[in-house]
Design a protein. Structure first.
Length: 275
C-alpha cells in the first residue's frame, strides 16, 4: 500500500515561520529560485535567512536578499574553507557587512567540522576564533557549524565570549546537556528536518525539552529534507514539516511552534524581518 504524504500544516493568516538557515545561492535552486521562494511565502513562511559559507557565496547571499523583501543574508567562511581564509578575505567579508547593512543579519556559517576535515583542524580553530572576534566587532549574531566538535566549539565560544548579540547552533546535533551549555552562552538551538527521522531520538529529545525561548527551526536547504521528502532537495517551505513534528513532540499545535520560533528569530535578527 502506498503511503500518503504528511500534509503541510495550514497556519492562520497571522502566523508564519522563519527558516533560519538555507543556502539559496546553491545550484540546486538556480532554475526555479523564484518559484521556491514564492511558494514558501504563499504558504506560511515569513522569512528566510540565506547563508554565506565563503566570500563568493556571501556575495551571492546578499544579492538574493536584495531581490526579495522576506530574505536576509549572512556572511562568513565555513570550516571546510578555513585553509583558504586569509586576512584579505576576512577584510572583504567585513566590508560586505558595512556596505550591505540592510541585507546582512548574521555572521556565519562558521565553526568546526571534524567529520570531513577538508581543512586542517588547527587552522579551523584559528579561523573560527578570528571570525568570532570579527562577529563581535560587527555586532552580529553568530551562526555556528559543529560536526563532532562539541568540546572544542564550546571551549572556544566560552573563551571568545560573551556574545551580546547571541547566536545559533545551526543544525543542532548534540544532547540536551550540550544544548543547555550553549544556551548559557546566549546561543539559540536550531532544529532541522532531521527531527522528523524515525531514528533521530536524541534530536527529538532536545526538540521536546529545550526552553521555548531558545528554539529555532531551519531547513539547511538544499540538504536534509524532512520526511516525507527525505533524500530529495530540501526547500524553505518544508520547514513547516519540522514545525509540525516539534509540535507533536511538545504536545501542542503547529501554530504555537511557528509563533514561538518566529518571535525568537525576529528578536535574534534585530527585527530585520517584517515582525
Amino acid at each position: 500500500m502506498r503511503k500518503t504524504k504528511t500534509p503541510l500544516p495550514r497556519l492562520p493568516g497571522n502566523v508564519a515561520v522563519i527558516d533560519s538557515h538555507c543556502h539559496l545561492d546553491m545550484n540546486d535552486y538556480k532554475n526555479d529560485l523564484d518559484e521556491v521562494v514564492n511558494n514558501a511565502f504563499k504558504n506560511g513562511v515569513k522569512g528566510i535567512v540565506t547563508i554565506g559559507t565563503d566570500l563568493p557565496s556571501s556575495q551571492s547571499a546578499i544579492k538574493i536578499a536584495g531581490r526579495y523583501s522576506g530574505i536576509r543574508a549572512t556572511v562568513g567562511i565555513h570550516p571546510h574553507d578555513a585553509d583558504s581564509a586569509t586576512d584579505d578575505t576576512l577584510t572583504e567579508i567585513s566590508n560586505l557587512v558595512a556596505e550591505n547593512l540592510e541585507e546582512v543579519v548574521g555572521y556565519g556559517e562558521i565553526g568546526l567540522d571534524y567529520v570531513k576535515n577538508y581543512s586542517d583542524p588547527r587552522i579551523q580553530r584559528n579561523v573560527f576564533r578570528t571570525q568570532l572576534r570579527l562577529a563581535r566587532e560587527l555586532k552580529l549574531p553568530v551562526i555556528i557549524h559543529d560536526r563532532e566538535a562539541h568540546n572544542d566549539c564550546l571551549k572556544i565560544i566560552k573563551e571568545e565570549g560573551p556574545f551580546e548579540q547571541g547566536g545559533i547552533m545551526h543544525c543542532f546535533s548534540g544532547d540536551l546537556t550540550y544544548a543547555h551549555r550553549l544556551i548559557d552562552c546566549n546561543f539559540h538551538i536550531s532544529i532541522p528536518g532531521v527531527v522528523t527521522f524515525n531514528k533521530a531520538e536524541q534530536m527529538q529529545r532536545v526538540a521536546t525539552h529545550v526552553p521555548a525561548e531558545w528554539l529555532l527551526v531551519e531547513t539547511d536547504g538544499p540538504f536534509l529534507a524532512p520526511v516525507p521528502y527525505r533524500g530529495k532537495r530540501n526547500e524553505p517551505l518544508y520547514v513547516l514539516y519540522t514545525v509540525t513534528k516539534i509540535a507533536e513532540l511538545r504536545e501542542t499545535i503547529p501554530d504555537e511552534i511557528a509563533q514561538i520560533t518566529t518571535t525568537n528569530g525576529c528578536k535574534l535578527f534585530n527585527y530585520r524581518f517584517n515582525c
